[in-house]
Ligand binder design. Structure first.
Ligand code: NAG
Ligand code: NAG
Ligand code: NAG
Ligand code: NAG
Ligand code: NAG
Length: 297
């Protein structure tokens, strides 16, 4: 056509300025209500890998992120773990007849399991027997009794069988049901306790207080942890300058930036693992956003 080679220069420059290749975070919101949603999680269609979609619910004053198609509200995401609100999943048994089981149910073919190592099953009450089961072979639980209100006022929030007891959570489950009940109809404790509660909570995430024996669910602030991994068939590789780690729970894998690099190990390009740069006495990466926090606490 004989056009001058430089006629296309603006177009070429524009192409050079585009992010390299198809970048999943291009045009993808990276936060919901102030909470980071790093890839492989994502809010819009095509912003996540399958199973990692997040719904950003705008019905409340602050937008709230949920795992798509679940009641699980996300509190924070780190590499391999996810903290979700545990308060909607409190089993109840009260002297006035109020009774509720609680079930936690994750998508059966999804990448999430309830962490057995990062959570505990906790029950509170003074005439209390509580049970946690996986709907299959696993059943566990604990018993809490107290003779007097004074005996409950243990210093330091210890959960030791007087007013509060705990048990282990099985590893790698996608379903747990929890129940609470009483043994003696609260006959000798009803002056200070008419209810029993049980729930799953992250280790160190609940400190027992005597007033929690009454109307705990209304003001409970508790979180539990889920584990996640990228499936072998998920169609995602690790990004550049990153390597595979086998996931703790035995299926799938996680990615981690190689030594000397930081960023999101599931991405290529500018959001992915970038070399640390030394500027004066400080080391920074060129893209400090979306680095997975290594510690959720
Ligand atoms: C998602 O990606 C597929 C395949 O690349 C495409 O056909 C579809 O239109 C995309 N959807 C959206 C909402 O961008
Ligand atoms: C309740 O207290 C009475 C009187 O102290 C006692 O006889 C009874 O065994 C107690 N019942 C239970 C279930 O602890
Ligand atoms: C428990 O219920 C009994 C009977 O309804 C009532 O008298 C008592 O005050 C209640 N105790 C508490 C701590 O609310
Ligand atoms: C990153 O790039 C490599 C090769 O360029 C490719 O094999 C890999 O699938 C890409 N990973 C992601 C997460 O896009
Ligand atoms: C991931 O990489 C970082 C930096 O190289 C390293 O400190 C960390 O221990 C690695 N994590 C795991 C689980 O190996």
């Amino acid at each position: 056509m004989g056009s001058h080679p430089l006629a296309n220069l603006p177009c070429l420059l524009f192409l050079l300025l585009l992010p390299s290749s198809s970048h999943p975070t291009h045009d993808c919101p990276q936060q919901c209500g102030g909470i980071d949603i790093p890839f492989p999680f994502g809010i819009r269609p095509n912003c996540s890998i399958p199973g990692f979609q997040v719904s950003c619910n705008h019905h409340s004053q602050t937008p709230l992120p949920y795992l798509a198609d679940t009641q699980l509200r996300i509190l924070s995401i780190s590499n391999g773990e996810l903290r979700v609100d545990s308060a909607p999943f409190i089993a109840t048994d009260c002297n006035d007849g109020r009774r509720a089981l609680a079930t936690i149910s994750l998508p059966l073919d999804g990448p999430f399991t309830i962490s057995g190592t990062s959570n505990r099953f906790v029950a509170i009450g003074c005439d209390t027997v509580a049970v946690v089961a996986d709907g299959g072979t696993f059943t566990s639980g604990c018993v809490s009794l107290c003779s007097t209100q004074e005996s409950v006022l243990s210093p330091g929030g210890a959960c030791s069988g007087v007013g509060c007891c705990e048990a282990a959570v099985p590893r790698g489950r996608r379903y747990l049901s929890m129940g609470a009940g009483n043994m003696f109809g609260y006959v000798n404790v009803s002056a200070f306790d008419n209810c029993s509660y049980s729930f799953v909570v992250e280790r160190g995430g609940y400190e027992f207080r005597e007033e929690d024996l009454r109307e705990f669910p209304g003001r409970a602030s508790i979180a539990m942890r889920l584990e996640w991994a990228v499936g072998d068939d998920g169609g995602v590789g690790c990004g550049e300058n990153a390597y595979r780690l086998s996931a703790v729970r035995g299926s799938g894998y996680l990615c981690n930036c190689s030594e000397g690099y930081a960023g999101n190990p599931y991405l290529n390009g500018s959001g992915g693992c970038q070399v640390w740069k030394v500027i004066g006495l400080m080391t920074v990466t060129s893209v400090p956003t979306l680095i997975f926090s290594t510690n959720l606490a």
